[in-house]
Structures are given as C-alpha cells and as structure tokens.
Design a protein around this ligand. Structure first.
Ligand code: ZN
Ligand code: MN
Length: 464
C-alpha cells in the first residue's frame, strides 16, 4: 500500500437522523424512555412483518449526500446484512451495500480535501444493556426502542492524517448536519468507527469501534497510534473504553463479504426522481463558507470572526438573532472574543453550550445602551454561560448598573487624585502608567461600574 502520511486514518460515521418516526415503520424515534414501548412487529423484527421506507429519512439522507458533494444514485436499493447478535432479532440489518445513496463526495478541511467514499442509509439495531457493566453482567437486556431508527453512514477514504484532523472532520460534519436541520445534538448521536494504521508498522490497520463524539475520537486515535508504535499490530477490531482511555481487542477483523449481503426482497428499488432531487438541492441552505463571505460583505465584520462564527451552527444562530438588535460588529466581537473565551475556560464546546440566546442578546443591548460597562458585561456573561439567569434582574439585584451620574464619577476622580499625589506627579512628568493607576483607583471606588475610558478622560481634564 502506498500512503504519503505516517499516520493513516479513515472514518465510518453513523449519524442518527432527526426524523419523527423510524426508518421502516411508524414508531416514534423519541418519547417514552421505558424500554420496549416504542416498538411494533416491524422494528422488533417479527417474521412476516413488512418494512416500508420513511420518505423523510430518504430526503434527509439525500440532502446530506448532496451537501457532502456526492453523486446521487439513480435508484434507492436496500440489502440485508446478515449477522447473528441479540441486538437484531431478525438476524440481518437492513442497509445499503451494492449501491449506496451517495458516492464520491468530499469535505474541505482548510486546504485539505477529505474524500467521502460513500453515504448510505441503514437502520439502527436495538440497544444492549449490561446490568452492572460489560464483563460483570451475568445477563444482557435488550431495548428495542432504538431499533429501526434511521441512520446515515458516512464513510471516508483514508485521507485523515492525525487525531486532530479526525476531530476537525467530525466537527465539520456535525456543523453541516446542523445547517441542514436534519440532526439535533440534544437528541441524536454521532458515532464513529475509525481505521488507523501507521507507516512504522507497515500500515497494518486496526479498527476502533463505537467512538461517540468528536472529543472522544481525538482521544481514542491518539491512544491507538501510541499503542501501535509500541506493540505488534495485527488486523483486528478493537473497542474504545472512554472511561479507562484505552482500546482493547474485540475480535480479528471480518471482511464485508462475511456478511453475505442479499437484496432485500421486501423493499423494491425506488427510482430517485431527478425533479425531486433538483427541488431538494434548491432547499439546501447556505453552507458555512458562503455564509462567512456574506457576513463579511453584509455586516462588515472581520473575516476571521465570520469564519469562526459560521463554522459553529449555534454561534450563527446567536449572531443572526443579535444583529436584529445590536450593531453586528459589537455582536461578532462579543461572540468571538468573550463568549468563546468563557466557553473555553469552562471547557464547554460551543456546539454543546446551553446558553440562553435571548439573555445573551439582552446583555448586548444593555451594553450598547451603556447601561452596563464592558467589565460588568464580562462578569455577567461568565455567570450566564454556566447558569440560566435573567440578565436584567441579575444586574438590578446585584446593583451592577453603570455609574453614569457624572457628578458621582467626578467625585471619585477627585478623591483618587487627592489620595495619590505621587502618581499625579509622575503622570505630569510623562508617565502614562501612573494615569492608569489612578483610573484603577476610580474603578475600584465605583466597583467596576464606571466606564474606564470615560474616567481616564475626566482625570486628564482635572489634572491638566
Ligand atoms: Zn416499529
Ligand atoms: Mn453501519
């Protein structure tokens, strides 16, 4: 095999689609968490039950394949993937094999193009529950609520060359899913299997199963690469234990042929109508790259601010709401600088934040009206990121309104000048830092509720 990178990674990502009902029956995908209550003969896999395809799921999958720049098949064909395991009572999973819905696509990651080999539709198996934990449990419970949920499997070519790049790919895919409105991160799950091999060991690849989310993918791959460097690598399937932070051998790798795929005789091929596909393409919303360019042009915000905001769906949501109430440059600055800084500090990913958008915007409005200072806004935002507070109430209760009474500020300034004659002298001698020191004293007196720039000007005038 010829690869140009020392580390070679390919991903198979299962995305759960946000449809109301399951892929081949009308059971709801969300609702009761009581095991085995959202089930019917079809998703329980009873013999003789007849699957019918969910049109919404086809639509969502075709949108995804299109957004990933894939060629779309002319016909939708389902096959049975045979295997024996308690999560699939009918002993086969309905999936697509010979002809996937989408092929030959790509995602652009900065300068790199990550090729997408295929995008296909399939049903989710049931969930297995091991009471007390896997390896400890004496029996296993099966919950079919999840069985039959619609999945899209996205398979990349082995084009990724580091754990960080794999994470960025996952993030980018999730952003696309959110832009398309076919995925809800609060309800739906993205799971990845990763193939990884390294040059040092002759590119013998191991597959790591069931990695949930983009943070885990980076951790799992970083561990696995290190493991491969220091041990014999054989072709096998390994599992990722997020808690222990290690991968361990599950079984030696089976090949796709072992699954004995056959066309599903219950599901006739469905022709993909070109006019339907055309209409679908026209419904695909503006994607991050285009949106970013538009933000710069329309709102005159900095290009790198626009890039960061549009690459995170939740941030574009806030930004687009905010620009209706405040200056876009102010909104962009507060999202890009302050919000992201505070999220990083709290180790919260923007895609997973629970920020109350309305409250964030009212904070910006108060800031714009100069009812609070930058300093106060930062402190309130720090609180708002971790707790859903009513910003106006919080500011009133904690008496955080800016001191805009110029009489009061002047009094503080005069006091500070009188109390610090040495600093005043130094400032007069040309030391600008001394002026900042006096400003600091005034800010302290006002408990951070005065506007620092305004204070500076006032002190200059008084001393002069
Ligand atoms: Zn069902
Ligand atoms: Mn699959």
């Amino acid at each position: 095999m010829k690869f140009k990178n020392d580390v070679v990674i390919g991903l198979e990502i299962h995305v759960e689609l946000n449809t109301k009902t399951k892929l081949f029956c009308s059971c709801p995908t969300q609702g009761s968490e009581e095991p085995n209550t959202r089930v019917c003969p079809i998703c329980l896999g009873h013999p003789g039950s007849k699957p019918k395809v969910n049109k919404k799921a086809i639509e969502y999958s075709a949108k995804l394949a299109t957004a990933l720049n894939c060629k779309i098949a002319k016909e939708l064909i389902f096959s049975r993937k045979s295997y024996f395991y308690p999560d699939m009572s009918k002993n086969f999973q309905i999936t697509q094999y010979e002809q996937p819905l989408g092929e030959d696509g790509f995602i652009e990651l900065g300068k790199n193009k990550i090729r997408i080999k295929r995008v296909h539709m399939e049903e989710d198996p049931a969930a297995l529950i091991h009471p007390g934990g896997i390896g400890i449990a004496k029996y296993v419970l099966v919950d079919y609520n999840r069985s039959g949920n619609p999945l899209c499997e996205v398979v990349t070519e082995p084009d990724l060359s580091s754990p960080e790049e794999a994470r960025d790919f996952m993030k980018s895919l999730i952003t696309i899913l959110r832009y398309l409105g076919i995925f809800d991160p609060e309800k739906n799950i993205v799971k990845a299997d990763a193939n990884v091999s390294i040059k040092e060991k002759g590119y013998v690849r191991a597959e790591i199963k069931n990695i949930t989310g983009f943070r885990e993918i980076e951790r799992a791959l970083a561990y696995e690469i290190e493991r491969q460097k220091h041990s014999d690598v054989k072709q096998e399937t390994r599992s990722w234990d997020a808690e222990k932070g290690i991968t361990s051998s599950l079984r030696t790798k089976e090949t796709e042929e072992d699954y004995g795929y056959i066309f599903d005789p219950d599901l006739v091929p469905i022709e993909i109508d070109t006019s339907w596909l055309k209409k679908l393409k026209s419904e695909i919303p503006e994607m991050p790259e285009k949106k970013s360019k538009r933000y710069v042009k329309e709102y005159k915000i900095a290009a790198d601010d626009a890039f960061v905001i549009t690459n995170e769906f939740s941030l574009t949501e806030i930004f687009e709401k905010a620009v209706k109430k405040v200056d876009p440059v102010l909104a962009a600055r507060w999202i890009r600088r302050e919000l992201i800084r505070i999220l990083n500090y709290n180790k919260i990913d923007p895609g997973e934040m629970k920020l109350n958008k309305e409250q964030f915007i009212s904070l910006l409005v108060l800031l714009k009206q100069k009812k609070i200072t930058d300093n106060t806004a930062q402190k309130v935002l720090e609180k708002l990121v971790v707790e859903d507070i009513d910003v106006q109430k919080y500011i009133a209760e904690n008496k955080l309104e800016a001191v805009s009474d110029s009489g009061v500020i002047d009094t503080y300034c005069k006091e500070a000048i009188a109390e610090n004659p040495k600093a005043v002298e130094d400032y007069k001698a040309g030391n600008e830092n001394s002026l900042n020191f006096i400003v600091g004293q005034v800010m302290r007196k006002s408990k951070g509720k005065a506007d620092a720039r305004d204070v500076k000007e006032r002190i200059r005038k008084i001393i002069k």
